[in-house]
Design a protein around this ligand. Structure first.
Ligand SMILES: Cc1ncc(COP(=O)(O)O)c(C=O)c1O
Length: 403
């Protein structure tokens, strides 16, 4: 008789959840489907020629270092570049010991779960929040507390009341996980006032803040706001950054900025996970920045995404019936759309795929799947024409359900 594998798996693995998005992506990869689902950058923009030249250069030069194992914390030139970028952002206190290069920010999330969360520990997340964050923290067997979002980001009054209740009941939340800029999935940005209030609460209640910011540089409208990291000057904030949306996700590179003690602990956890992130892509990303290509590329990304975002908002206005509403992002990659509560967007998804259009079901973005009348719409992958057609197909489906 063979092994009964299900009896061998750990409690930790049993608390892991398959990503609804990854499952859905399998479904929607058939030809002819307009995908407003995944969170993918526009591949036609990738600076392929420049990256190809740089790749050749870094492989041949640096005495083969780009093809060798590297330090767990990251290769020296890239760390220097990241420190420089942090200083330019206004975070002057950052030194190289405050940096850990990660295999993109998803690994940062996983490592944070490993070093902070014991089974059953409470953590606080925005509702809705990034599905990959939920996955990483589910794997740590965290207990989730959710705080709703509105157009100005997380509702800090509700958070304050919740923290008071926790204190009365002796609950110490390990951290709060927030995505302040062009939130995934909601597309909203935390106002400056709320950033200050969140930091005040963090200091009052001794609460660690995990600031995940993959989209901050992809602002195509409005004024840039200071990051929580900058406002707090490396005290209570652990910041996650990534090259995935500002350069290319295939590089699988990101970084954490935090207190030196946290970085040391994260580096130990990373050794057990992958020893080091790929030296090759670290040298490539570093040279791309040092040679001055990032600014121009970001400019192109911002211009292109703004046109696509405008196309999506205008299509929503044209094709979606009364009773639906949506956010109006000033950057990033997503629009979050609400439909009347009697329409179940989980069920609607199957019909949408039959109509050859896909979105991500809203329920994926809640730790316990508690919401079923939202959809996340991505505007970066598809062309303007596809966006218009995809939103038209979805609008027609929803119109049939409206009563
Ligand atoms: C909020 C957020 N965090 C983290 C990630 C993971 O990105 P990566 O691991 O490619 O850096 C994503 C990807 O979409 C995201 O939206």
């Amino acid at each position: 008789m063979g092994i009964e594998w299900s009896k061998k798996f750990s409690a930790r693995s049993n608390s892991m959840k398959a990503s609804a998005i990854r499952e859905l992506l399998n479904l929607i990869n058939s030809p002819g489907i307009i995908s407003l689902a995944g969170g993918m950058p526009d591949p036609t923009l990738f600076p392929r020629e420049v990256l190809a030249e740089i790749s050749k250069d870094v492989m041949i030069n640096h005495e083969g270092k780009a093809l060798q194992y590297g330090p767990t914390e990251g290769v020296k030139p890239l760390i220097e570049t990241i420190v420089q970028m942090a200083h330019e952002e206004g975070i002057k206190k950052v030194e190289k010991e405050n940096i850990l290069v990660t295999t993109a920010s998803q690994q940062g999330l996983d490592l944070i779960g490993r070093i902070f969360v014991d089974p059953g520990d409470t953590i606080i997340v925005e509702a809705p929040t990034y599905v990959g964050g939920l996955q990483a923290f589910h794997a740590s067997q965290a207990k989730f507390e959710t705080i709703p979002l509105d157009d100005d980001g997380i509702n800090v009054n509700i958070l304050e009341n919740r923290l008071k209740e926790f204190k009365q009941n002796g609950i110490n939340a390990k951290f709060i996980y927030v995505i302040p800029n062009f939130q995934n999935p909601a597309g909203v940005t935390m106002s400056l006032e709320r950033r200050h209030k969140l930091l005040e609460l963090s200091h009052m209640y001794n609460l660690v803040i995990i600031e995940d910011d993959p989209y901050g540089e992809i602002r195509f409208e409005g004024n840039k706001l200071p990051s929580l990291l900058e406002l707090d000057s490396l005290e209570n904030v652990i910041a996650l950054r990534t090259f995935s949306k500002i350069l290319a996700p295939g590089l699988r590179l990101g970084w954490v900025i935090a207190d030196k003690e946290v970085i040391k602990k994260l580096a130990i956890a990373k050794q057990g996970a992958d020893l080091c992130s790929p030296s090759l892509t670290q040298y490539i990303a570093d040279k791309f920045i040092r040679d001055g290509h990032l600014k121009g590329y970001l400019e192109l990304v911002r211009q292109t995404y703004k046109v696509k975002k405008d196309a999506m908002l205008s299509a929503l206005g044209k094709y979606f019936p009364d009773g639906c509403s949506w956010t109006k992002p000033q950057g990033g990659m997503f629009v979050w759309t609400s439909v009347p509560e009697y329409i179940d967007t989980d069920a609607l998804f199957v019909e949408a795929v039959q109509e050859k259009v896909a979105y991500v079901i809203g329920s994926a973005f809640y730790p316990y799947g508690e919401d079923k009348h939202h959809m996340r719409l991505n505007f970066t992958l598809s062309s303007v024409e596809q966006i218009d057609e995809g939103i038209k197909r979805l609008g027609n489906l929803i119109k049939k359900k409206i009563h």
